[in-house]
Design a protein around this ligand. Structure first.
Ligand code: SIN
Length: 284
C-alpha cells in the first residue's frame, strides 16, 4: 500500500488491530482503478468503513461486484429485485438479532465468501454497533509451538446450529427475516484451522463458534477444549475494532481474515441493513 499521497481518498485507521474509515469516495462512481486502490486498502486494513453513502440495492450490488461475483445466501431469502441483497432487519418488538455472536460468514460452505458489504438504511438511536476481530493478529499472538500444532489441523464446519433441524432459525424468532430450516445444513465441510489469505498470504485462524463443529481426528472432548481456547483467544479486545453505524454507512469486511459480532444492545428500536456477499475460494 502506498503512503496515501497518490490515492483518490483518505484513509483513517479506527483501531490498532484492524479497520479504517475511507473518506472522499462516492461509491456509486467507483471505476476499476479506484476499486483497485480500495482493494489494496482492504488487504491492509481488512475492514473499511464508508460514511454518507446513498445506495439503492442495485448500486450496492454494482459496487460489490468490483471485488468478485456475488453470492445468494443458501438459507436466507434476498430481495425480489436483487436476490443477492439480504435485508438484515430487527424490528422494535423482536428480541433476537441476526449475527449476534462472534462468527465468520458462511464458513459452512466449501467456498466461503471473500467478504461482505453491509449498508445501513435505518439504525437505532444508540447501540447496534458491529465488532470485528483480526484473526491474523490472533494467530500471530500464539506461541510457535501452538502455531505448529494448529498448522496441521483441519476443522469440520456445518450450518446445522443455525439453519439445521433444531437450530437457531427453528428455535428463535428472527421475525422479519426469512430464514430457511434445512436438512442440507447438516452437511459437513472441512477447512484448515489456519488458512492463508490468497492475496496478502497472511496466515489466520479459521474456526468460529456457530459453524465449526469439531477438529478432525480428535476426540470430541479434546476438540471442544481446543476450540474453546481458540475462541476465547481470538475474541480478545486487543484484536478488535468497533464500527458505529449511521444511516448511509457501508462497511465491507474481509471474511477470510476477520470474524465479526453484531451487538444486540438496542431493544425496542429498529435496525435495517442490506448485506451482499462476494464469493470466495476454498480456504487452504
Ligand atoms: C452479519 O453477521 O452479517 C450481520 C452484521 C450486523 O448486522 O452488524
Amino acid at each position: 500500500m502506498s503512503d496515501g499521497a497518490d490515492l483518490d481518498f483518505f484513509i483513517k485507521p479506527i483501531a490498532g488491530a484492524l479497520g479504517a474509515e475511507i473518506d472522499g469516495i462516492d461509491l456509486t462512481q467507483v471505476e476499476a482503478p479506484q476499486a483497485k486502490q480500495i482493494r489494496e486498502a482492504f488487504n491492509q486494513y481488512h475492514v473499511l468503513v464508508f460514511r454518507g453513502q446513498t445506495l439503492s440495492p442495485l448500486q450496492q450490488k454494482k459496487f460489490a461486484q468490483q471485488f468478485g461475483p456475488l453470492e445468494t445466501h443458501p438459507y436466507i431469502t434476498g430481495l425480489d429485485e436483487a436476490p443477492e441483497v439480504v435485508p438484515i432487519i430487527k424490528e422494535p418488538d423482536e428480541k433476537m438479532n441476526f449475527g449476534g455472536g462472534w462468527h465468520s460468514d458462511m464458513s459452512f460452505l466449501s467456498k466461503p465468501p471473500l467478504g461482505s458489504l453491509l449498508y445501513a438504511i435505518e439504525v437505532p438511536e444508540y447501540g447496534g454497533d458491529t465488532l470485528f476481530s483480526n484473526q491474523h493478529a490472533a494467530y500471530m499472538a500464539l506461541s510457535d509451538t501452538m502455531k505448529s500444532i494448529l498448522d496441521d489441523l483441519q476443522g469440520f464446519h456445518s450450518a446445522a446450529s443455525q439453519y439445521g433441524r433444531g437450530g437457531d432459525s427453528e428455535k428463535r424468532n428472527y421475525g422479519s427475516m426469512q430464514l430457511e430450516v434445512s436438512d442440507q445444513a447438516h452437511q459437513l465441510v472441512e477447512h484448515p484451522v489456519v488458512r492463508t489469505h490468497p492475496e496478502s498470504k497472511l496466515r489466520s485462524l479459521y474456526v468460529n463458534r456457530p459453524f465449526t463443529e469439531s477438529i478432525k481426528g480428535m476426540q470430541q472432548s479434546e476438540s471442544d477444549a481446543l476450540l474453546k481456547f481458540l475462541y476465547r483467544h481470538c475474541e480478545q479486545e486487543r484484536f478488535t475494532c468497533r464500527v458505529k453505524w449511521e444511516a448511509g454507512t457501508l462497511t465491507m469486511w474481509d471474511n477470510r481474515i476477520v470474524q465479526h459480532y453484531a451487538l444486540n444492545d438496542y431493544q425496542g428500536q429498529r435496525r435495517h441493513m442490506n448485506r451482499v456477499t462476494v464469493g470466495g475460494d476454498s480456504p487452504h
